[in-house]
Design a protein around this ligand. Structure first.
Ligand code: NA7
Length: 537
């Protein structure tokens, strides 16, 4: 195919979320010319698209922001778990400080990319025409760039207002006094349900699998508190490197099965009170590896939830005696009022396991239970996660194969960042990297630093072409599988396993060895002159 003349830069970065912005900033500092291409009209990545009411981050302040003192010194949050609009304001603040937008093209969706072997360049093509040539292509499309809409009979015939949570109208949607239905009870479903329940005339929640949601323990934060907190920020950010999930806490060295019931309950209570992911990630080391240990966490969780719901039958549907899957093997969601709203007269749960959706009608949802008339239908049905954002771009490597074709039977990567047959291409927060277990800004920086250093060294050494080897991919895949098999993650039909998308290969999509081991493996490759890559001049 003809390769057109185009604007030429050293690096094209795709995506203006935390990861892409960090790349832009750091690569520019190294003297690279960089062009960042972003499909949305503004900064924020996930926080640009997910602007449904109640959308907020599941990671506490200050773990979900850039760690550089130049940035956190003058920034103050209003809440411990900030909402999407505050995150957007943060992105604008960062933009002002670092002058990022001048190198970003918004409303620019990357459609494809083709490798020009003669010039060792990527030709990146844009949906509405035009192309950019770059020596290096760095994809920062995030783990949730491709929303998933299930194939439910009649969906297209619905005559009311219908939105996927990640395609929410940018100017908002008023649910006041409306009959609202929400399909899906993942993190997005939980958040939208909490808001809809406050204003809707009727809210119907269509649940297939109960979510095991944890107490967020949200609170407002004032400036004085944050001034105090900031004294510890350097130490807290440093701890991310030592923590499995890149947080400022980690699991104790104890087994849930070796402590007394009293001690176990006390540890669970304390982490529950701490809120957020503490209960997931900071209790016992074997909760995620041993079913019996895991069950103790589930039972504790269930008791907490059952106490919130008045109707015992409903309580059993939301928090059943037998776990739908082991605790924590689907990414838990954080809730504030989720379990309380089911006590309200305007909120109803439809258990799709008992009464599946038969079809969507022009006026609502038909289940075996009958017709549910709706004004607004919310699809909180998730994403073709981790790989979808990459494979939806028509990226053609040296064999003429697209990344999508190459990964049709499963992702193949070296260090979760590069793929054989796709020279001079790196992706961050992608498959077989800690994304999914580690939050965005943390990965953006820790993985991002490795990438920046790598590209800098390639340039300085006059390397015009680097490519991962298939042998390195196999080694990495084996490592991911061996470590993954030691965990309980493979036991759920989750997006972690690619199991939420019909036909997607079932495999653990994220690196299960934790952030410290991951960084160690990446460093080991670098120390050996970038083992697993073929470097050419
Ligand atoms: P998730 O976590 O993938 O949740 C999607 C939800 O949609 C989940 O409850 C699914 O049920 C449900 N779903 C999907 N397809 C259907 C059909 N066909 N019928 C009924 N229900 C369905 O996506 P989220 O957007 O909530 O969260 C994604 C991540 O974003 C989250 O983990 C955080 O990290 C932030 P299922 O469980 O498959 O039975």
């Amino acid at each position: 195919p003809e390769i057109h003349a185009a604007e030429e830069v050293d690096v094209v970065v795709v995506g203006a979320g935390f990861t892409g912005l960090y790349q832009l900033h750091r690569l520019r500092q190294l003297g690279f010319s960089v062009r960042l291409l972003e499909a949305g009209a503004d900064l924020g990545g996930i926080w640009y698209w997910n602007c449904y009411p109640g959308a907020r981050v599941d990671t506490h302040v200050p773990m979900y922001e850039f760690s550089s003192e130049d940035l956190w010194r003058d920034w103050t949050w209003t809440e411990r778990f900030p909402a999407w609009d505050e995150l957007r304001r943060y992105f604008h603040y960062v933009d002002q400080k670092l002058d990022l937008s001048r190198d970003i093209r918004f409303n620019t969706r990357v459609e494809g990319a083709e490798f020009d072997r003669d010039r060792n360049q990527w030709v990146v093509s844009i949906l509405d025409g035009g192309a950019v040539r770059a020596r290096f292509l760095v994809l920062c499309t995030g783990f949730a760039a491709k929303p998933y809409i299930p194939d439910i009979a009649g969906l297209e015939r619905f005559e009311g207002v219908k939105h996927h949570t990640a395609w929410w109208p940018q100017d908002g949607l008023d649910m006041t006094d409306k009959r609202v239905g929400v399909i899906g009870t993942g993190a997005s479903g939980v958040q939208v349900v909490q808001e809809a329940a406050r204003v809707a005339a009727q809210l119907t929640v269509f649940q297939r699998t109960p979510i095991l949601a944890l107490a967020m323990q949200q609170c407002s934060l004032d400036e004085a508190t944050q001034r105090d907190m900031k004294r510890d920020y350097p130490a807290r950010f440093a701890r991310r490197r030592e923590s499995f999930g890149g947080f400022d806490f980690h699991a104790s060295g104890k087994s849930a099965l070796e402590v007394s019931p009293e001690e176990r309950a006390a540890i669970y209570e304390a982490s529950w009170a701490a809120g957020g992911f503490s209960f997931w990630a900071s209790t016992f080391y074997d909760v995620m590896t041993n079913l019996q240990a895991n069950r103790t966490a589930y039972d504790f969780w269930r008791e907490k939830v059952q106490a919130r719901i008045r109707d015992p039958k409903l309580a059993e549907q939301l928090a059943p005696k037998e776990p739908p899957h082991p605790f924590g093997v689907k990414r838990p969601s954080l809730e504030q009022t989720y379990y309380d709203v089911f006590n309200q007269d305007n909120v109803r749960l439809v258990n799709l396991k008992a009464t599946p959706i038969l079809e969507i009608t022009p006026s609502g949802v038909r289940t075996a239970e009958g017709d549910c008339e709706l004004d607004i239908l919310v699809l909180a049905t998730g994403f073709d996660a981790v790989t979808g954002g990459l494979t939806q771009i028509d990226i053609r490597g040296v064999e003429g194969l697209t990344l999508k074709e190459k990964w049709a039977k499963g992702a193949r990567t070296h260090l979760g960042m590069a793929s054989a047959g796709f020279p001079n291409l790196l992706f961050l927060y992608g498959p077989q990297s800690p994304s999914g277990f580690c939050n965005g800004p943390t990965c953006a920086e820790l993985q991002g630093d490795w990438v920046v250093e790598f590209l800098g060294r390639m340039r300085d050494a006059g390397v015009s072409r680097f490519e991962a080897t298939t042998a390195a991919e196999q080694t990495w895949k084996d490592h991911v599988e061996v470590v993954g098999a030691m965990t309980l993650f493979p036991l759920a039909d989750s997006w972690y396993m690619g199991a939420n998308i019909p036909g997607k290969p079932r495999e653990l999509l994220n690196y299960p060895g934790g952030v410290p081991l991951y960084l160690q493996m990446c460093q080991a490759s670098a120390d050996k002159g970038y083992e697993g890559f073929v470097l050419g001049t």
